[in-house]
Design a protein around this ligand. Sequence first.
Ligand code: MLT
Length: 402
Amino acid sequence: MTSAEIDLTVYPDECDAFGHLNQASFLSLFERARWEMLARGPGMDVFSRQDAWPAVRRTVIDYHAPAFPGDVLRFAQALTHHGRTSFTMRQTARRTSDDRLIATAEFVFVCIDRNGRPTPVPKDLAEFLSARPAEPPGVSRMTVNGVSLAVERRGEGPAVLFVHGYPLDRTLWSHQVAHLEGCQRIAVDLRGFGLSDAPDLGYSLPTYADDLAALLDALQVDDVVLCGLSMGGYVAFEFLRRYRERVRGLVLMDTRADADAPEVRRARDQQIALARDQGAAAIAETMVTRLLAPDTLRHNPTLAEQVRATMVATPVPGIAGALAAMRDRPDSTPLLAALEGLPTLVVVGEHDEMTPPAGHEALAASIPGARLAVIPGAGHLPPLEAPETVTRVLAAFLSSLG
Ligand code: MLT
C-alpha cells in the first residue's frame, strides 16, 4: 500500500435492502478515504492552515461492481490536474480480496477563501500526492482547452507538430525531435497520455484536435507540417477537417483513413472493459508484440521494454478515452481527394501488421500528389524501430517543401 492508498471496510448499515453498498455511502467512503489520506500526509488542516477550502465543483462516479458488508476496499487517490486554484482528484476503489475494480470517481475542486473567492491550492497537497513526475529537461507544460499538456520543443524555423499513436506518448518522436534540423520540432502528449492531464471524461477526436489548435495558439505558431502516427493520423485528419489553413504539409505514418468496422468497434469496447478491470498493464500485454516487427522484438529487447513501460504508465482514463475516440471516429476517406495541393508524405513500416503497407499504397494513391515511403525492417512504430531512416525521410520531405 502506498501513502495515497487507504483501506476501508464496508459496514452493514452502509448497504441497501439487497445487501449492496449504497451510493450515498460510497460517496462518503470516497470522502473519508481522502481525509484519511490527508491525515497521514500533510495533516487534516492542510487547507485551513492556508485559509483555503476545497469546494467540490463536479463529481463523476463510475460504479463497476457491487460491494458487500465486510468487503475491504482499497481506495487509491491521485491528482490528475493541478491548476493554480483548482485541482482534480481521481480515486479508485478495489476490493482487496480479489483486486476487483468496484468504482472510480473524479472530483473537481476549486479552493476558495472565507469570502468565496478562488485561492491557490496548498502546495503541501500537490507535493504529498506528487501530482506527476517532474518534467524532463526541454519539456514544458501548458494549460490549454482546460487541460495541462506536456510539450517538448526544439529548434527554430518552420514548425513540425508530431502527434503520437495509442497508447504511447511524445517520446515516440525522440530521435526526430533531437535530430531533425532546420525546423522547430514540437512533440506533445495528447490529453490522457504521458505527462499530460488525464481527465476521466471528455475524449474525442475533435477534442484532441482542438487541444492541438489551442496549443499552437499558446505557442504563437500559425501553421505546421503535421505528422501523425496511427491514432496521431486519425487526429491529423480531424485537425484538417477543422483547421485546414494551419497545415502546410502532412505526414501520415502507419495509419488509415477509414472508420472502424463493426467488429473492431466491439473489440474497442472489450479493450475499454479490460483497461478498467485490469489496468494499463493488461493492455500493454495485448499490444507490444503486434506493434513491433519480429526483428525488432528479437534484436532490440530494450526498445520492446521501453514501449511496454510507456504503455503501462498510461493512465486508464486516457486509454479508455482514446479507445472510445477511435471507435467513434468518422470515415476520413472522403477527405483525401480534397487534400489536393497539400504536400503529403505517407510512411509505413515494411512489416507493419496493424496497418499494413498495402493500405498505405491505396492511401497515397487517393491523395493527389502524395508520395509513399516504406521503412525497411520496421513494424508499426518506425520512428522508434528505424529512427535514423525516419528522420532522414522526414528531412528530405521538409526540404522538398522549400
Ligand atoms: C495506434 O497505434 O495508434 C493504434 O493502434 C491505432 C488503432 O488502434 O486504430
